[in-house]
Design a protein around this ligand. Sequence first.
Ligand SMILES: Cc1cc2nc3c(=O)[nH]c(=O)nc-3n(C[C@H](O)[C@H](O)[C@H](O)COP(=O)(O)OP(=O)(O)OC[C@H]3O[C@@H](n4cnc5c(N)ncnc54)[C@H](O)[C@@H]3O)c2cc1C
Length: 453
Amino acid sequence: MANISEAARETPIIHHTEVLVVGSGPGGLAAAIASARAGAQTTLLERYGCFGGNLTQVGVEGFAWYRHDKTVDSEGIGVEFEQRAKSMGAATPEPQSNSHAIDGEAFKYVADLLVQEAGITPMLHRTMVAPIVEGGVIKGVIVESKAGREAILAKRVIDATGDADIAHRSGAIVHKTPVEEMMAASVMFSMNGVDKKRFIEDVKADPHTYSDWCGPDWAMETSGKEDKLFSPYLKKPFEKAIKSGLIPQNLNTITGTWGAITDQGDLTYLNLIHLTGLDATNPDHLTKGEMEGRRQAMLAIEALKQFNPGCENAKLRNFGMTLGVRDTRKIDAVYNMTAHDVREQGKFEDSIGIFPEFIDGYGILILPTTGRYFQLPYRSMLPKGVRHLLVTGRSAGGDRDSHAAVRNMMCCAVNGQGAGVAAAISVQTGVDVADVDIKLVQKKLLEQGARIH
Ligand SMILES: Cc1cc2nc3c(=O)[nH]c(=O)nc-3n(C[C@H](O)[C@H](O)[C@H](O)COP(=O)(O)OP(=O)(O)OC[C@H]3O[C@@H](n4cnc5c(N)ncnc54)[C@H](O)[C@@H]3O)c2cc1C
């Protein structure tokens, strides 16, 4: 590939902050709130026009769909997201669990309020394009926007981009699952005009279970106790659509879950499109995924209209603002979480929070129906080789099975809260994030309502 040389340039420094959080998904939003509440001057930078990451930008609404009667759940800012959304009418009862599906559209406003109330400096519509690293220490980031290229300087940086963009570009070691084994990406969509009564009658007449997640070409590993539990799954309309010739046989991957149905007839968080072989750090793959995903979603909608009771007069309400991505870079952290940790109730001296034994991905589904849970080690957010940088959310360090647990939004919020508090204390005590006094971090987390053991 040929290259061009870019001219050297002066870049204006537009902002100084103590803690800069880049990316505002469940990980970044929780990190910024925790940091600000711990007393650090905090800035939250986001490339799109709303905070919330996959929750608001993709429409991933199932924030705690794993929660059952005996689940020992995380506590702290993640639970606050769900409760605040519920209190503001931005949540609907979730059909398979003791939880609420968060309304991805309304949560944009909930997140605005959370950011304002915490006293965070909000920065939307700026994309981080390069870290500023001097002598192995991160000093801030370069952003690009309609205003051009600008610099933001920070004492500590939290990479919550979901893709470990900052860690990667700072030279920290990151890794990716081979593209053919990566979790599928999804174009998420919602419909409106659904006859709720007819839809629910049909669900009740022939309820699906998690065992229906197995298809002709794929199997699921469960612990056995999941198999007979109800799952809000849609399969029959697509089988009929294939038989009728509406959907081609090779698209037997169109199947999956619905998230919530409102009294107004909104059927939301339709997780039906699964696009494999895409590396979401490659914009050409992203382009292909967006367009192919929308094509498949329109076929799915037609199939639902023709073959799913209650959907006859329904239509597309919206696509997610962007393709939903589950799996890209993860850092090689000081401690990388393992399958054993998430399957066998891992415990850590440097725990910053707990998450129930919920594993969902790479063909595994284990639900936390028995009260088992694991702890999250602070060290899994410490990249190697770059000081003053933490990486939170789904790109924290770990193997594939652990990713299938840690990537879940509530868990990202738990890690995010830990990262935010640690970054604030690291500024206040004048030490690197790698040397922060973990006991002080744990004390502050408990004060903030988190559960760490
Ligand atoms: C289709 C789909 C269904 C899923 N279903 C569920 C589910 O039911 N329950 C569940 O718990 N989890 C689910 N997940 C997983 C979950 O949504 C993610 O793992 C989680 O949102 C990750 O949180 P995060 O904070 O790490 O990153 P994200 O939510 O991805 O947020 C990253 C943020 O960083 C911003 N950003 C990225 N790069 C830059 C940059 N260079 N500059 C500025 N900003 C940047 C992005 O715009 C985004 O706002 C699903 C995921 C997908 C894709």
